[in-house]
Design a protein around this ligand. Sequence first.
Ligand SMILES: Nc1nc2c(ncn2[C@@H]2O[C@H](COP(=O)(O)OP(=O)(O)OP(=O)(O)O)[C@@H](O)[C@H]2O)c(=O)[nH]1
Length: 593
Amino acid sequence: MNHIRNFCIIAHIDHGKSTLADRLLEYTKTIQVTEGQMLDNMDLERERGITIKSHAIQMEYMYNGENYILNLIDTPGHVDFSYEVSRSIAACEGALLVVDATQGVQAQTISNLYMAIDHNLEIIPVINKIDMPSAMPDEVEDEIIDLIGCERSDIIRASGKTGEGVEDILNAVVARIPHPQGDERAPLQALIFDSVFNSFRGIIAYFKIENGTIRKGDKVKFFNTGMEYVADEVGVLKMDMIPCGELSTGNVGYIISGIKDSKEVKVGDTITHVARPCEKAIEGFQEVKPMVFAGVYPIDPSEYENLRASLEKLQLNDASLTFSPESSIALGFGFRCGFLGLLHMEIVQERLDREFNMDVITTVPNVSYMCYDKQGGEKEVHNPSGLPEQTMIDHIEEPYIRASIITAADYIGPIMTLCLDKRGELIDQQYVSGNRVELHFMLPLGEIVIDFYDKLKSISKGYASFDYHIDCFRPSKLAKLDILLNGEPVDALSTLTHQDNAVVFGRRMCEKLKELIPRQQFDIAIQAAIGAKIVARETIKCVRKDVTAKCYGGDVSRKRKLLEKQKKGKKRMKQIGNVEVPQKAFLAVLKLD
Ligand SMILES: Nc1nc2c(ncn2[C@@H]2O[C@H](COP(=O)(O)OP(=O)(O)OP(=O)(O)O)[C@@H](O)[C@H]2O)c(=O)[nH]1
């Protein structure tokens, strides 16, 4: 245990986390480098891919003549995943805080740092990219000292490109980060911080042992699910999984135990022995509750079962994703998926496309509402079309978040305006350091879901870190806005919005849809309605598009080719009534000016 160090790297996006991690792996000969290898070399790229996906990797390092085991645990870097970041951080005793020498301290540097400090991690500040001509290491050093109050000599200057400083970093990991604590003789208590699905081996869970020892063949129990398994294989993670007979306190490893169902493995759960269980689970386990919901529908209806299988596999290393079947008059059969936030939703959509080759349509996201009816009943509503009749509703409550925004003082004005515009209330503001200010707001989550990040980023020139947690539900005057295409309501385009904004919102939706839906061979009326009342209308004029017109009537095969091409183009469209609607129209609400 004295010779183990568990650490992570935290950084603002693009400050060089992955490049530096690769250098550490090369220096410790965990991955092989051939001479003169460049970053863009295919092999290295491939290995990088593995290192990034492996989530935890073990290195061996000699320091003062003794061999140490260094476990590098990867952390995702975005606010939507703060739960997962905190799980990974909980498995470490120290963190490298990497700051780009050309950029200085940035928003995510601060929010990730705070999380590491909350978990009492030893922080090793590293200034990266010092090889660059535009590097300003002295200024960045001042900023870091300002931020964490360390000594100038604590800060390591490094370059992921040239490898400078890599040895200093490894030495500091051993010398400064405390070894893990724990009792080897106590009952087994291991924290699951990640899991993946492997098509040959089933589900693989990654854990860190807080107390006790785990051996191959042990009968183990997952504390929060209560499920029991035999540890068919345990081992450590290097470039491959390396099986071993036992792993003891402080170490990081993996377990394979024939688990097939993703629901049985929850990130944050505790593994213990069946025969001699620990008394309680490792603290901090909480079911994450998705707050943003959207419909996900296969473009090709016959892909429905494949979509279900893909979502199940995704759920494995993304414990926060939820889904349940739903159907839409407009889109057919699909799933209502729950996400932690909008970025999480985008990532799931991208992974469905890239890793599972699924073509899907995602509908307008909305938050989870509580609806109280006049009989005193209450119901959680994840979809505007799930709301009872207006006359039956007593009132609706929407989730509010407590948001913390850290920014430079220059941007306070525009950020205030943005938040007030989004129905926010300022709670307080305080100086953090230098001219950095922290603002706290109460904001309706529904307003954040739509285009808050992008606006915040642009008005603050990227220099605003944003973090939030759900605070409470509050009654709100919400109206359901329906969109009709040629008189047909399109359920997938319905949204809930604040009554005061509903008419303007309806008008903007109609205008945006007019831009996004291509002209067809007949006029299309786009209407916005609240209940039976039409509040806005736009018309898309017809066009007669004869794609074969330029073929002079002669060449039949050319004509056929053109028609086929046109048919392909239509695939990414969804037929609603007689109107063809492209995917981007379903997200029109996100693109309102
Ligand atoms: N010149 C120079 N470029 C670097 C250095 N470290 C990283 N880079 C470049 O900076 C860019 C970002 O590096 P990454 O390692 O992908 O950064 P990251 O923090 O892992 O980025 P994300 O994973 O997207 O958060 C890449 O183009 C790297 O080649 C360095 O020390 N010097």
